[in-house]
Design a protein around this ligand. Structure first.
Ligand code: HAX
Length: 439
C-alpha cells in the first residue's frame, strides 16, 4: 500500500471510532425541524448528509478541511516558479485532512502520471459519437466506457468483505482522476482541432499536462488551470454533482458509475453548464448591441430584458451562498494580474457592478451575487479557449477531486444505502387535516 493510502486508512479508522462514539452518546439528538416548504422546494437547508471534505458557509463561502480559498492559495504547494496552488495538494488535503508538503504533492502527481493510460476502447466510444455531440455527453460516456477498468467492481464480483470496499474505491479514485485529463483533452482536440491529438507529458504536473494536451503551453494558462482545478473541486455534499455521485455510490456502484452520475448532473444549466451559459449570454448581448464593450447602462437593460423574458441571468444566484462567491473573487484577482484589459473580463466586472441591485430589486432572488461560473469563461476565452461548450468538461475534471475523495470517505466510514422518505400531496393534505383536528 502507498503511504497516502496508509495515512488515509489511519485517519478513517480514527474517524470511524469518533463517529461511533458520537452516535452512541448523541444519536437521538435533533438537529432541526423540517418545514413542508423545504420538502416541496428542493430540500433547501435540510441537513441530511455528512461530507468530510469541505463545508459551505452561506456568507463566507467554501472551506476545504477548514481552509478558505485565499488560505489555500497561500498554504498549498505550488509548481516551480508558479503562484497558484497545485490541485494535487488540495486532493491530498481533502483525503487526509492534512496540508501536504511539496514532496507529498509530487508523489500524487507522479502516481497520477503513471496511472494515466486510457484503453483504446474508450477512444472508440468517443469516436462513435457525431462530432457535434455536446462535450459533456462525450465525457460522461467515456467515463462509463472506462468502467471496464474498475477494480472495485471486479473485487465485489469476487466476493470481498465490506471492510475492504474502501481500498478498491481508493484505487479506482486514483486511476480515474489520473485518466480524466487525457479523456477530456481527446474530446477537445477531436471536436475543435480536427482530431490532432497531443501526447501527454509525464514530467508535468496534472494541470500543466492537461493544459499541454489541450494545446496550451503558455505558463500563465497552466497557472489558470491549476487555480481552476482547485476552486471547482468541491462545494460540500448537497450540490447536484456531489450528491449524485454520493447517492449512486451508496448503492455500491463503483466510482466510474458514480462519477458518471455526478457528471450528468453537472451538465445541467442550473449547475455546471452555467459557465457555458454565462459566456453565451455575454456574447449574445454584445452581438445584439454590436459592441464588445457594452456600457453599464446597456448591461442593466439587457439584464432587465433577460428577466422579462422569464430567463435566469446565468452566473448569478446560489442555493446556499448569500454573498459574492470567493471562487469568483479568486478568478477576479487572477484576471487583475494576468489580463485586466481583456474586453470580456471587463464586461464580467461591469456585470458584477450592475447585476446585484437589479436582481435584488425583484424581491424574490435570494442571492443576487455572482457564483463561480460568472467569471471562468472570460478567463478561458482570454487565452484562446473560446469553445464554451467545453467549459463544463473542465469543471467536471476538477469536480472529480472532491466527489471521489468523498466517495473514499463514504466507503471507509461504511455509510449505508441512501434512501430518504418521500410523501405525496395527498399524504400532506391528510397530515394538515389531522393537525387541524387536534388543534
Ligand atoms: N436570474 C434570474 N432569476 C433567478 C436567478 C438568476 N440568476 N437566481 C434565482 N432566480 C429566481 C429563481 O429562478 C426563482 O424563481 P421562481 O420563484 O420564479 O421559480 C427565484 O429567483 C428564487 O430562487 P432562489 O431561491 O434565489 O434560488 P434557488 O436556490 O432556487 O436556485 C440557482 C439557485 C443557482 C439555481 C439560481 O440562482 C439560478 O438559476 N442561477 C442562474 C444559473 C446559475 O448561475 N447556476 C450556477 C449555480 C452555481 C453552480 O452550481 N455552479 O455549478
Amino acid at each position: 500500500m502507498g503511504y497516502v493510502k496508509d495515512l488515509f486508512k489511519e485517519k478513517a479508522d480514527a474517524q470511524n471510532k469518533e463517529i461511533k462514539s458520537i452516535l452512541e452518546q448523541h444519536g437521538n439528538m435533533k438537529i432541526e425541524d423540517v418545514t413542508l416548504a423545504q420538502v416541496y422546494q428542493g430540500m433547501r437547508g435540510i441537513t441530511g448528509l455528512v461530507t468530510e471534505t469541505s463545508l459551505l458557509d452561506s456568507n463566507e463561502g467554501i472551506r476545504f478541511r477548514g481552509y478558505s480559498i485565499p488560505e489555500l492559495r497561500e498554504k498549498l504547494p505550488k509548481a516551480e516558479g508558479g503562484n497558484e496552488p497545485l490541485p494535487e495538494g488540495l486532493f491530498y488535503l481533502m483525503l487526509t485532512g492534512e496540508v501536504p508538503s511539496g514532496e507529498n504533492v509530487e508523489h500524487i502527481s507522479s502516481t497520477w502520471a503513471r496511472r494515466s493510460h486510457v484503453p483504446n476502447h474508450v477512444f472508440d466510444v468517443i469516436e462513435a459519437f457525431p462530432v457535434s455531440t455536446h462535450p459533456m455527453t462525450q465525457f460522461t460516456a467515456a467515463v462509463l466506457a472506462l468502467q471496464t477498468e474498475s477494480k472495485f467492481a471486479k473485487a465485489y464480483n469476487e466476493g470481498i468483505s465490506k471492510k475492504e470496499y474502501w481500498s478498491y474505491v481508493y484505487e479506482d479514485t486514483m486511476s480515474l482522476i489520473a485518466r480524466l485529463p487525457r479523456i477530456a483533452a481527446y474530446i477537445y482536440r477531436r471536436k475543435y482541432k480536427g482530431g490532432e491529438h497531443i501526447h501527454p507529458d509525464g514530467m508535468l504536473d496534472w494541470s500543466a499536462n492537461f493544459a499541454h494536451m489541450l494545446g496550451y503551453d503558455d505558463e500563465s494558462f497552466k497557472e489558470l488551470m491549476r487555480l481552476y482545478m482547485v476552486i471547482h473541486a468541491d462545494h460540500e455534499g448537497g450540490n447536484v454533482s456531489a450528491h449524485a455521485t454520493h447517492l449512486v455510490g451508496s448503492a455500491l456502484s463503483d466510482p466510474y458509475l458514480s462519477f458518471a452520475a455526478g457528471m450528468t448532473g453537472l451538465a445541467g444549466p442550473l449547475h455546471g453548464l452555467a459557465n457555458q451559459e454565462v459566456i453565451r449570454w455575454i456574447e449574445d448581448m454584445c452581438k445584439e448591441l454590436n459592441s464588445d464593450a457594452p456600457t453599464k447602462a446597456q448591461i442593466a437593460d439587457y439584464i432587465q430584458k433577460t428577466l422579462v423574458a422569464g430567463k435566469v441571468v446565468p452566473g448569478y444566484g446560489h442555493a446556499v451562498l448569500r454573498k459574492t462567491d470567493p471562487r469568483f473573487t479568486a478568478q477576479m484577482e487572477f484576471a487583475k494580474t494576468h489580463c485586466p484589459n481583456d474586453p470580456t473580463v471587463q464586461t464580467v466586472w461591469n456585470v458584477y457592478e450592475v447585476a446585484p441591485p437589479i436582481l435584488e430589486s425583484t424581491g424574490k432572488i435570494k442571492n443576487p451575487w455572482p457564483n463561480v461560473d460568472a467569471h471562468s469563461g472570460a478567463l478561458l476565452k482570454h487565452y484562446g479557449l473560446i469553445e464554451e461548450e467545453f467549459y463544463t468538461v473542465l469543471f467536471g475534471v476538477s469536480r472529480a477531486l472532491g466527489v471521489l475523495s468523498s466517495l473514499c470517505w463514504d466507503r471507509a466510514l461504511g455509510f449505508p444505502l441512501e434512501r430518504p422518505k418521500s410523501i405525496t400531496t395527498e399524504w400532506v393534505k391528510k397530515f394538515i387535516a389531522k393537525g387541524e383536528a387536534v388543534a
